[in-house]
Design a protein around this ligand. Structure first.
Ligand code: CMC
Length: 426
């Protein structure tokens, strides 16, 4: 039985249907509100707005639940690979053996990057941020790989092309930024092992591929693979809603992810911890600063729009931190600082009252540092992981028969109509 919400406005009473999701979450369908009452809704930051119906990812922010296509993320982190999880997100079901082989084969076939694209890297100023470079390079892929129809086979090629090449481009960018020779992908290596090899292998010091480190990278990317309608995913959907191509939509998603309140937080956390170390700041110094409203400073890696409890991804990453550091025999003083900061924040009234807990970015930078990833590439690592989610969400929006171009309204608060004044009369 459909439930309704009654709205009384002036002499009108209207009923709006309530939509119930698989897990019982409810939403008022306001799509007829303006037509029936002349009213629009106002919801800055979309804190109460559901922008679509989706079958991809489920989150419960109160209980700390995250599932991709119904499967809990902790099960995927334990048993799956990043490639298998990418397939799951994009296609809706775990692949059968043959399907996984075909998908992996396509990833291998698509792993080279057009040699001319290497010239781009040479011409970016040395200090360019890798996220800016990545966003530009993905946008440029439309020119290098123009065939892009909605036909299913073409979509499979385009999606595997993106997933495969983004990893090659990220590693290539790193090598060129260091003035080193580019390392090409190898067909005998898995997706994650290939990335590590392309990043760290050199002619004078062959990279030793360690199964535990490859596993850690798989888990890192699985945990970042989708997070429903966050800022960058919304950017991908909004840009795509104008029916622009996938590359342009993903390029916009990368730009959105770059921000320090979103994916850029992993870089900001490490910089915050380094600043503590360098200036001898205590956990309490940082917490007091984050609580104060005099500056815009926030405790980076803490808080989330949806999670009002511990981010389930952060729990897994925190455990993985200890494992990776002990495997690599690294004692990172920043890990001790992070733990101290977390303990102090979780006891602090302000953080308790505001439901602020560590999010995925709080510990992730410590793992990336241990793997040898430079700090300014942390958000690139997030982007590689999030790509399957962006693709799945873009594809879902393209296939939605009710999809409309994204075009919110506004409440105009500017000047009423007034006449143009010639320049000498102003
Ligand atoms: N440190 C101090 N105060 C905070 C923090 C923080 N990290 N996060 C939120 N608050 C306070 C905020 O000042 C506000 O206080 P008051 O109501 O007294 O004015 C209250 O909590 C609500 O904050 P909000 O900005 O309205 O909450 P939001 O849902 O819009 O923001 C957030 C979510 C993630 C942007 C925010 O928590 C934040 O800035 N965190 C730090 C940056 C960060 O770690 N981002 C990564 C998010 S997880 C990765 C991803 O998915 O992108």
């Amino acid at each position: 039985m459909t439930e309704y919400v009654k709205i009384i406005y002036g002499d009108k009473t209207i009923e709006l249907p309530v939509i119930t999701g698989t897990e019982g979450e409810k939403a008022v369908d306001i799509s007829t509100l303006r037509r029936k009452t002349g009213l629009i809704t106002l919801d800055p930051g979309y804190t109460n707005t559901g922008s679509c119906l989706s079958t991809i990812t489920f989150m419960d922010g109160e209980k700390g639940i995250l599932r991709y296509r119904g499967i809990p993320v902790d099960q995927l982190a334990e048993h799956s690979t990043f490639v298998e999880t990418a397939y799951l997100l994009i296609n809706g079901a775990l692949p059968k053996r043959k399907e996984l082989e075909t998908f992996s084969g396509l990833l291998n076939d698509q792993s080279l990057v057009h040699e001319d694209m290497q010239n781009f890297y040479q011409n970016f100023p040395r200090a360019s941020h890798p996220m800016g470079i990545l966003s530009s390079m993905v946008g440029a892929m439309r020119s290098f790989y123009p065939a892009l129809q909605i036909a299913e086979e073409e979509i499979n090629i385009t999606t595997t092309r993106l997933i495969s090449k983004i990893r090659t481009m990220a590693a290539m960018s790193y090598k060129i930024s260091r003035g080193h020779k580019v390392v090409y992908p190898r067909p005998d290596l898995s997706y994650c092992a290939n990335f590590l090899n392309m990043m760290f292998d050199t002619p004078v010091k062959p990279y030793h591929i360690d199964g535990d480190i490859v596993r850690a990278l798989n888990v890192f990317w699985i945990l970042h693979a989708d997070h429903e309608q966050n800022c960058s995913t919304t950017a991908v959907r909004v840009v795509g809603s104008g029916r622009v191509n996938l590359y342009a939509s993903i390029s916009a998603g990368i730009a959105a992810l770059w921000g320090p309140l979103h994916g850029g937080a992993n870089q900001a956390v490490i910089e915050m911890l380094q600043n503590m170390e360098k200036n001898g700041l205590s956990a309490n110094d940082v917490i007091e600063k984050a609580k104060g409203k005099e500056t815009s400073f926030r405790l980076m890696g803490f808080g989330h729009r949806v999670y009002k409890t511990y981010d389930p991804r952060a729990k897994i990453i925190k455990k993985m931190c200890d494992k990776v550091l002990s495997k690599l025999n690294i004692q990172d003083p920043l890990l001790a600082l992070a733990k101290e900061l977390e303990e102090a924040a979780l006891k602090d009234n302000y953080f308790v009252e505001h439901d602020l807990y560590p999010n995925v970015d709080f510990y992730s930078g410590i793992i990336l540092r241990a793997l040898g990833i430079p700090t300014n590439m942390f958000t690139v690592m997030f982007a590689i992981g999030r790509l399957p989610g962006w693709i799945a969400q873009w594809k879902e929006s393209m296939e939605d028969p009710d999809w409309k171009i994204s075009r919110p309204r506004q409440v105009y608060m500017g000047k009423p109509e007034r006449d143009y004044k010639p320049i000498d009369e102003r």
